[in-house]
Structures are given as structure tokens and as C-alpha cells.
Design a binder for this molecule. Structure first.
Ligand code: NAP
Length: 375
């Protein structure tokens, strides 16, 4: 009798919780909005690339928006150049994961762009490391715009002889390549394979691995064979003709930007104590179903299973690090690495550049210059 009553009350509690969760979801969905809906006139307008809805790259437009004002710890940058990353392409897609992260009904933050190079226009009152007219580069939300704000900790000084376009191509891709190779504990003389060697991250990874003394094998498609050779790859595998996991070669480190092979396949070509670094799942061209499959079925399983083997599979999230960014700036300044820039275009052409980038066959970086001229 008592058990019956407990079950009855339990069922009621679950029902109430479900109704409340449904109501919360419904309210959260309809109240999730963005600044595209505001009707008030702009006080201090500037041009920016925005996306008001999720969808294809066609939702991306050049619009007048309110110029941002730096908070106490932030720097206001006059953007001179920005570059595209796979993240920009992923963010605009109408995918359930995006809606959970970036806004249920509409994207909360309508601005795009993460990499920036530009000139400091103003600083918040707690900023100590930068002043007006300093030339800087780093990570900055909404960098595809005439102006953008970012915390002081996300910027470093731009080396004087590195042009803005090159500086803007470095941050996210360069940091991802550097931190991933470090995760692979790369040593001089080691054999390193880079899968997905010709995108933004891959072209930095090939050159950083070479500068650290590794013997590099690059995996790319036929049209990019010469490109990877020109940036220093010792060996090239054309993935349209040969599957690297079926070769007799063994590697100390696999830096994997694509994750299109199983745990067993990649283990086969790893040395007994080798490390496979899981950097990404294929760049801007990878669609939601494929990405979820690669993350869940591949990255998570491979990493989990590798805890039972001597060959390790390591995952990481790229972190902003001033030291790493300064190091990358120095490598570019001294000519040890050369950013590969497929094309440079103006802010008004950024929607078209994103459409091209979204196909997933970028050769290095796509850079957007702001203010008409480039240096
Ligand atoms: N871990 C992190 O925190 C972090 C941070 C930033 C980025 N990422 C990830 O890193 C990955 C790479 O980013 P990205 O900016 O370099 O992307 P991207 O610029 O869009 O480059 C994609 C590259 O992948 C190549 N590719 C596609 N299919 C391939 C295959 N089957 N075999 C070999 N190469 C293939 C393409 O070359 P072809 O044209 O020759 O096909 C293209 O050059 C992405 O998945 C991104 O999400 C991770």
C-alpha cells in the first residue's frame, strides 16, 4: 500500500518536472533573440559581417551595426585583417548542437570571425599592456568588422615586419598546430604524419613540425601535392590514390585534422609508443552528421580505447596563450614559417569567401582585409 503511494507520487513528480522542462524550453526558445531584431537607430555605426539566422553561408551579410565600446579589461581594435576558420563555417549551420551552444532560436552573437590583426584605437581603464596606435594580433570575437573588442589577454604585439594579412592568418590555426604537436610530444628526428595537411591548421603544422626537426609526411589531395612540398614536407601521400593506414611505414606522431580512419587503422601505422593527436574532424567541409559520427564514434572511442594500449590517442582544445602567439609571430618574422594564404579579399567579399571556404578545400588561409588597402 505504502509502495503504491510512493510510486504514485514519484510518477506525479516526474510529470511535473517534464511539464516545467517543456515550459522552460519553450520560453527559452522564444526569448532567444539577437541584436538583428532591434529597431533603434544606430548611434555609432560601423560595417560588420553578421548572421541573424542559422543556415547556409547565404545567411551571412555585410551590415551596419553599432560600434563596440571596450569594457575595462578590453581593447578596441581598428581591424586591418581577419581570417576565416572552420569554426566560422560551423557556427552558422542550422544544427541542433549549434542551437544548444549559440542560441536556441537564433544565434545570440551575430558577429563572425576569431582571428584579428589591427591597430589599437582605445583601451579600457584596466588595460596596461597596450595603448592607442599599437599594432596587435590575436583572438577576437567578431573580427570580421571595421572594429572589434577583445580582452587584453587575447592579444600580443604584431612583429613590425609581418604584414597585417599574415599576422591575421596565424592565431587560431597556428595555435592549434603548435599546441597539437606539443601534445604529440614531438622530438627532432621523429617521423610525423599530418593528415589534412593543406588547410589552415595543416599548413602551419607541416612547417612547425619541420622547424622542430621532424621528418614530415603530409596527406593531401592531388592538387595540393606541390603546395605541401613547397612548405617543406619530406614525403607526400595523395589520399585520392593511397590510404596512409595501409602503408608499411610507421610514425611516432600522427597529427590528425580529419579523423576519417578508425582506431585500429591508425594504430597499425603508429610506432609501439606512438601518439595520435586528434586535432579536428575534417575542416569546414564536414557536415553535421559526419562530424557527430567522427566525434562520437571515432574521437571518443579511439581516445577511450587507447587508455588500454601503449599507443596513445590525445585530444585537446586550443587555448589562447600569449607566449605561444609570440613564438608563432617570431617564427613568421624570422622566415622559419610562412603563412600560406590562398586568397585575400575585402570585407564586402567576405560572404562569398565564406561560401568558398564552406566547401572544405581551403589551401591554407582565407584572409579578409578591412579598410580597402592591405600592407
Ligand atoms: N582542437 C581544437 O581546439 C581545434 C581548433 C581549431 C580547429 N580545429 C579543427 O582542426 C581541423 C582543421 O581545421 P582547418 O582550419 O585546417 O580546416 P580547413 O582550413 O577547412 O581545411 C580542411 C583541409 O582538410 C583537407 N581534407 C579534407 N578531407 C581530407 C582527407 N580525406 N584527407 C586529407 N585531407 C583532407 C582539405 O584538403 P583537400 O582540399 O586536399 O581535400 C583541406 O585542406 C578542423 O576539423 C577544425 O575543427 C580544432
Amino acid at each position: 500500500m505504502k509502495l503504491k503511494r510512493i510510486l504514485k507520487w514519484g510518477a506525479r513528480a516526474i510529470l511535473v518536472a517534464l511539464i516545467l522542462a517543456f515550459l522552460w524550453g519553450f520560453i527559452a526558445y522564444w526569448t532567444s533573440t539577437n541584436d538583428c531584431d532591434r529597431k533603434t537607430a544606430l548611434v555609432n555605426p560601423m560595417k560588420a559581417i553578421v548572421y541573424c539566422e542559422y543556415g547556409s553561408p547565404d545567411v551571412v551579410k555585410l551590415e551596419d551595426v553599432e560600434k563596440p565600446v571596450p569594457k575595462d579589461n578590453e581593447v578596441l581594435i581598428k581591424v586591418r585583417a581577419a581570417s576565416l576558420n572552420a569554426l566560422d563555417a560551423y557556427m552558422i549551420r542550422d544544427a541542433w548542437l549549434n542551437r544548444l551552444i549559440f542560441g536556441l532560436r537564433k544565434p545570440r552573437d551575430t558577429r563572425l570571425g576569431r582571428d584579428v590583426a589591427g591597430v589599437v584605437e582605445a583601451v579600457g581603464k584596466n588595460v596596461t599592456q597596450f595603448k592607442s596606435d599599437d599594432e596587435v594580433f590575436g583572438i577576437c570575437r567578431g573580427s570580421l568588422a571595421e572594429n572589434a573588442v577583445t580582452p587584453e589577454r587575447a592579444l600580443v604585439m604584431k612583429p613590425a615586419n609581418v604584414p597585417f594579412e599574415q599576422a591575421a592568418s596565424i592565431p587560431l590555426a597556428g595555435l592549434t598546430a603548435l599546441q597539437g604537436l606539443r601534445k604529440g610530444k614531438i622530438q627532432p628526428g621523429q617521423k610525423v604524419l599530418i593528415n589534412g595537411a593543406t588547410g589552415g591548421v595543416g599548413t602551419f603544422a607541416v612547417q612547425i613540425a619541420k622547424s622542430l626537426g621532424a621528418e614530415v609526411t603530409a596527406v593531401c589531395s592531388t592538387r595540393n601535392v606541390e603546395l605541401v612540398r613547397s612548405i617543406g614536407a619530406d614525403h607526400v601521400i595523395d589520399y585520392t590514390k593511397e590510404d596512409f593506414t595501409k602503408s608499411d611505414q610507421r610514425y611516432d606522431v600522427i597529427f590528425d585534422n580529419v579523423a576519417n580512419h578508425s582506431f585500429t587503422e591508425r594504430r597499425r601505422v603508429l610506432n609501439p609508443k606512438g601518439i595520435c593527436v586528434l586535432a579536428g574532424m575534417g575542416g569546414a567541409g564536414v557536415r553535421e552528421g559526419q562530424a557527430v559520427g567522427r566525434i562520437a564514434g571515432n574521437l571518443l572511442i579511439a581516445r577511450g580505447l587507447s587508455s588500454f594500449t601503449d599507443q596513445k590517442f590525445a585530444q585537446y582544445i586550443t587555448k589562447m596563450s600569449k607566449d605561444d602567439l609570440i613564438m608563432l609571430g617570431d617564427l613568421v618574422q624570422t622566415g622559419k614559417i610562412r603563412p600560406v594564404i590562398e586568397r585575400t579579399c575585402n570585407l564586402s567579399d567576405a560572404p562569398e569567401a565564406l561560401r568558398v571556404f564552406d566547401q572544405g578545400h581551403a589551401r591554407g588561409k582565407l584572409v579578409i582585409t578591412v579598410g580597402g588597402e592591405s600592407r
